[in-house]
Design a protein around this ligand. Structure first.
Ligand code: PLP
Length: 441
């Protein structure tokens, strides 16, 4: 294996810069960019750009290419389907792949009850359909979400997303009936008891029969990889049960092995009435799912659910290959090792660098929060500087957090461990050198 990162030019290189200039002339600036590098091909742990540079991938296209961006099993499965047909529309004529994906999810999603699965294309569509189904089942309008939540960019899911900028600025008005409760963010003093009491108070304020759905991420993704205080998710489960509210667990970022369990809700022993998957589900092809209690899923009338591309055959073929990788008994232990390796590299920084407030996460979903010591005032400027240093050195990292002050790591679950170590060494070197600059300033 060649050593990576392999840098032949500066990042971005001349060919990427040329293509980026064309992009700027042809694509509106509303589409943001983390790293303006054009990719030519991918490996298991790496991305090769159009200038011949090989970058270490610690982002997986935002937790999508968990089995690698060029997984041979995904390629073979999709290629075989490609030889047969690309599309029929499942609501016009049927195909087995859709049913097989539904069967796998019904069997593997948490919850010891009869389930059904509906397939869609994007995560936001899964969230929207979960709300439709919960409303049909309960006959109620309200949707309860929490602080720092991220559920998507469509009009309803934007309303459910907490972060104002860039997701919501200038795009309102938003659909009504979305109400926000507190989150239990341990770093910022959130505890489960206080948050749950406040959520009970909000529900009482709207009347117990107001809310159709309570939607929550078991570990927040875009909101900053916030692992809720222990007891928060089980508490939400109890509250939902007490008031007949459908608990919707948004596992779009956390699901399918990302946190070292097949589903992150299992870490807390919680099963949603409805569980949402997307991102890693299609191995890079657009596919999302709502999986849940048969009696809730069956509440939507015939013809009420679907979409032209919902559960596209190529995406279903990709998902079936992703499931094979997930069923490999070596995979989840591998994710646990990724967490250990990341913690070994990053945790010493909490004592070393005053602005490293916390290292947190689970499995291959780990983050470093940057904030002023004592006040915990967010430092998005440092997240930007650290990311820029990683990018220049050939490591693809992402930021997140409602204040943009968190570096998040989402390596492919199949990443080569020595490549992961190299990427982490580059990240910790960047953090240490910025800590030295800060200390000198
Ligand atoms: C990415 C994400 C979504 C939205 O998925 P899209 O495919 O971008 O529509 C929703 N919820 C969570 C938790 C996500 O991480």
């Amino acid at each position: 294996m060649t050593t990576v990162p392999l840098l032949r030019t500066e990042i971005p290189g001349p060919r990427s810069r040329e293509l980026h200039a064309r992009r700027e002339a042809s694509v509106p600036p509303g589409f943001g960019i983390t790293l303006p590098v054009f990719v030519a091909r991918a490996g298991t742990s790496t991305l090769e750009d159009v200038d011949g540079n090989t970058l270490i991938d610690l982002a997986s296209g935002i937790a999508v290419t968990s089995v690698g961006a060029a997984n041979p099993r995904v390629r073979e499965s999709v290629a075989a389907q490609l030889d047969l047909f690309t599309h029929t529309c499942f609501m016009v004529t049927e195909y087995e792949g859709f049913v097989r994906v539904a069967e796998w999810l019904n069997e593997n999603v948490p919850g010891d009850f009869a389930k059904r699965t509906g397939l869609f294309s994007t995560g936001a569509e899964a969230v929207e359909n979960a709300v439709k189904i919960a409303r049909a089942y309960t006959g109620r309008p309200g949707v309860l979400v929490v602080d720092e939540a991220y559920h998507g960019r469509s009009l309803l899911t934007m309303a459910m997303t907490a972060k104002e900028h860039p997701y919501k600025t200038s795009f309102g008005p938003f659909p009504g009936e979305v109400v926000r409760g507190p989150n239990a963010n341990p770093l910022r003093g959130g505890d489960a008891e206080t948050a749950l009491t406040e959520i009970e108070r909000i529900i009482a304020g709207h009347g117990p029969e107001h809310f159709a759905a309570l939607v929550v991420e078991p570990i927040q993704g875009e909101g900053g990889f916030v692992v809720p205080a222990p007891g928060f998710l089980p508490g939400l489960r109890r509250i939902a049960d007490a008031h007949g509210i459908v608990l919707v667990v948004d596992e779009i970022q956390t699901g399918l092995g990302r946190t070292g369990a097949l589903f992150a809700s299992a870490h807390e022993g919680v099963a949603g009435d409805l569980t949402l998957t997307a991102k890693a589900l299609g191995g890079g092809l657009p596919l999302s799912a709502v999986t849940g209690r048969a009696e809730i899923m069956d509440a939507a009338h015939a013809g009420g659910l679907g979409g032209t591309y919902a559960g596209n055959p190529l995406a279903c073929a990709a998902a079936l290959a992703v499931f094979e990788v997930l069923e490999d008994p070596g995979l989840l232990p591998r994710v646990a090792r990724i967490e250990r390796i990341i913690r070994d590299h990053l945790e010493p920084l909490v004592a070393e660098a005053a602005f490293v407030a916390e290292v947190r996460g689970r499995g291959a979903m780990m983050a470093v929060e940057l904030a002023d010591p004592g006040t915990l005032a967010p430092r998005p400027d440092l997240a930007q500087r650290i990311s820029a240093a990683c990018h220049a050195a050939g490591v693809v990292t992402l930021t997140c957090g409602t204040q943009g002050n968190v570096i998040r790591l989402l390596p492919p679950l199949v990443i080569d461990e020595s490549i992961l170590e190299t990427g982490l060494t580059i990240l910790t070197t960047a953090i240490r050198s910025i800590a030295a600059e800060e200390a000198a300033a």
